[in-house]
Design a protein around this ligand. Sequence first.
Ligand code: GLN
Length: 202
Amino acid sequence: MSAAPRIGVLALQGDVREHVLALESAGAFAVRVTDEPMLGTVDGLVIPGGESTTMSKLALRDGLMEPLRERRQDGLPMYGSCAGMIMLADRVLDARPDQETIGGLDITVRRNAFGRQVDSFEIDLPMPAIGPADFRAVFIRAPWVEAVGTQVEVLGALATGSAAGTIVAVRQGNLLATSFHPELAGDGRIHDYFVRIVRRLA
Ligand code: GLN
């Protein structure tokens, strides 16, 4: 692989542009993925935040769900943020009945888990895998991780507040997921970490 890996952002719906910019800052060559031929060209894929039910519907409509599953099974590194985390989860609570996921991450997530009062919030999150300083995590109608399989590494759990202990960042092999939105934080360490996963350096 060349020095700059080619990383796609699934561009069906959601905050695609912010991820493109964050990936470019992390030294990747970022492209928008809207179809199967384009999916075939990338070394890694980001699934952005947005609305997982809509993303699922569009992926099915555009015939992308199966190609996404196949590339994931072939080992394509994927990083899902918020709705993207839901898209990578094997099990979703409070899903819409017709909602499907790419799957691959042996986790159970709950959609919109933090409830009305705290629809959106920011918190300092310890995440030792990306460095000693806390990450300023932005949550927007976020899912949380309710259960993880034995192969799943927990990268981040809330350290303070009423939801302390809640898992919000995980990794399983080449799959990375966060409940929150690092592309909005002005801190590139999670995108850097994903680029290292794609380059097999992390
Ligand atoms: N609540 C959204 C969902 O279920 C996720 C929100 C987000 O991605 N910011 O898909």
